[in-house]
Design a protein around this ligand. Structure first.
Ligand code: FAD
Ligand code: NAD
Length: 469
């Protein structure tokens, strides 16, 4: 490929970049998308959301068969884990979806360019092609969507085998006898759950006094209790300070809140202490794009423009939660604005989900945030234990909590711990998007028997008039 002219060159084909490319093509732009991996889809499709959910689903089925089928009256002779088959299915799911993005690029006439991109001027991108050689792309606009990478700990370097990041923990070739997980956030709890269900002893070390620090505290505490019941050994206020690897064994040193030191021996360590924006080799400082030296994030204005008017940035690279749907929405809004439309992301209504079992899904403010801001609110709660469908499913853990403004009844936050909370949260997001009230949910007819009736009952509970509790 010699010199080519585009309206938009997107760097990075993750959910931010590839979705932006498709929307831009729909809007009539001539688009190229540069990706340094062999496949499209970014972290999310290749080594993030999708493979982790495939493994969560498989391990959940295994766990159900082992622990819960009997209660449903289903018995069988022997149950065996076929880990290679489980991993192969995960890889197939990933392949199906990444190939799907390729198909969408063809359909929308987007030019995929496989290679490593560097911004060479405010309107040109140099690419070292994966197949050898290079290409220079001239463009009206550049969209940076290069995502993030695991943060890691300096004294616990990843070796890809014994001390791993999330990608390593998606493909252990056998179930570790003892897995230590550093960090009780999204990745630690999701992948810790996977390997616990498949038979590993799992110890989670978290330096804060609670798991999932950003979540509503009451529901976070309930999730901790549930995970502990499932066998995850969770140590809070435990800061990992060092580690030594000897062959196949690792000794992790940690410090408790009272200053005492402690050690944990294991066969594998998953370090899941957060992710940081990825800008290595992108040429940003050379071309003059500002990067926040503290966070590594690229500052943007409300229209996603960096300090250079022809360069925008979205997704994990910029401020906000590192979530695939946030990156997608920013990608769409960004290119709609470039096309002269009114693109917009409502950051008040971005849901977050931790795909443990039960799942923890949230949107809006937590009780702690409302108290901090001095907002007076009413809380309505309804337990799944009193929901007919949850009982039929034998999935009665958790509750729905709705937080509504005390004066106006407007829904300010919804937090759900329970079966399929990831699906249930969509109703709350839609209501909040339309500035709806708890009464709006309470007056909406919900099919019976469904888990969603728990949401309606929680809305009724805001007024102290739940029917079934
Ligand atoms: P990415 O998906 O990181 O994509 C960036 C792309 O840019 C990559 O493909 C990279 O190869 C490419 N790139 C980087 N530099 C260059 C360059 N110089 N030239 C060319 N290409 C380049 N989020 C959720 O919402 N739900 C989940 O369930 C979820 N689960 C997750 C599970 C795990 C294990 C992990 C690690 C993350 C998970 N996330 C989840 C987070 C989610 O994956 C990210 O928020 C999302 O992928 C960010 O999208 P992005 O487009 O900004 O960046
Ligand atoms: P995280 O920010 O969710 O959690 C990191 C945890 O590690 C925190 O609780 C933190 O207090 C703890 N920690 C940090 N340093 C520590 C230390 N030295 N010792 C012990 N604990 C320590 O980060 P993550 O789990 O690595 O995930 C990265 C990001 O990827 C998430 O923030 C999220 O944006 C995204 N993600 C989302 C999903 C999802 O949407 N379901 C799933 C996986 C990842």
């Amino acid at each position: 490929m010699a010199h080519k002219q585009f309206d938009l060159v997107v760097i990075g084909a993750g959910p931010g970049g590839y979705v932006a490319a498709i929307r831009a093509a729909q809007l009539g732009m001539k688009v190229a998308c540069v990706e340094k991996s062999r496949t499209l889809g970014g972290t999310c499709l290749n080594v993030g959301c999708i493979p982790s959910k495939a493994m969560l689903d498989s391990s959940e089925l295994f766990h159900l068969a082992k622990e819960r089928f009997k209660k449903h009256g289903i018995q069988f002779e022997a149950l065996k884990l076929d880990l290679p088959a489980l991993l192969a299915r995960k890889d197939e799911v990933v392949k199906g979806l990444t190939d799907g993005v390729r198909y969408l690029f063809r359909k929308n006439k987007i030019e995929p360019v496989f290679g490593t991109a560097r911004v060479s001027s405010p309107q040109s991108v140099h690419v070292e092609l994966n197949e050898g050689g290079s290409a220079d792309l001239q463009t009206g606009h550049i969209l940076l969507a290069t995502g993030s990478e695991p943060a890691g700990l300096p004294f616990l370097p990843f070796d890809g085998r014994t001390v791993v990041d999330s990608t390593g923990a998606l493909s252990f070739d056998r179930v570790p006898d003892h897995l230590i997980v550093v960090g009780a956030g999204y990745i630690g709890l999701e992948l810790g759950s996977v390997w616990r269900r498949l038979g590993a002893r799992v110890t989670v070390l978290e330096f804060l006094p609670r798991i999932v620090p950003a979540a509503d505290q009451e529901l976070g505490e309930l999730l901790k209790r549930s995970l502990t019941k499932q066998g995850l050994e969770i140590h809070l206020e435990t800061r990992v300070t060092g580690a030594s690897v000897a062959g196949d064994r690792v000794t992790v040193s940690a410090q408790k809140k009272d200053g005492s030191n402690t050690e944990f021996a294991c066969s594998r360590v998953l370090v899941a202490v957060g992710r940081r924006p990825f800008t290595t080799g992108l040429g940003l400082s050379e071309v003059g794009v500002a990067v926040d030296p503290q966070t590594g994030r690229v500052p943007v204005d409300p229209h996603f423009r960096t300090n250079l008017p022809t360069i925008s940035a979205i997704g994990d690279l910029i401020e906000g939660p590192m979530l695939a749907h946030k990156a997608e929405d920013e990608g769409i809004a960004c290119v709609e604005i470039l096309a002269g439309k009114a693109g917009h992301v409502n950051y008040e209504t971005i849901p977050s989900v931790i795909y443990t079992w039960p799942e923890l899904a949230s949107v809006g403010l937590t009780e702690e945030q409302l108290k901090q801001r001095g907002v007076s609110y009413r809380a309505g709660k309804f337990p799944f234990l009193a929901n007919g469908r949850a009982k039929a499913m034998d999935e009665t853990e958790g509750l729905v909590k709705i937080l509504a403004d005390a004066a106006t009844d407007r829904v300010l936050g919804v937090h759900i711990l329970g079966p399929r909370a990831s699906e249930l949260i969509a109703e709350a997001v839609a209501v909040m998007e339309f500035a709806g009230s708890a009464e709006d949910i309470a007056r909406t007819c919900h099919a019976h028997p469904t888990l969603s009736e728990a949401t309606r009952e929680a809305a009724l509970a805001v007024e102290g008039r739940a029917i079934h509790s």
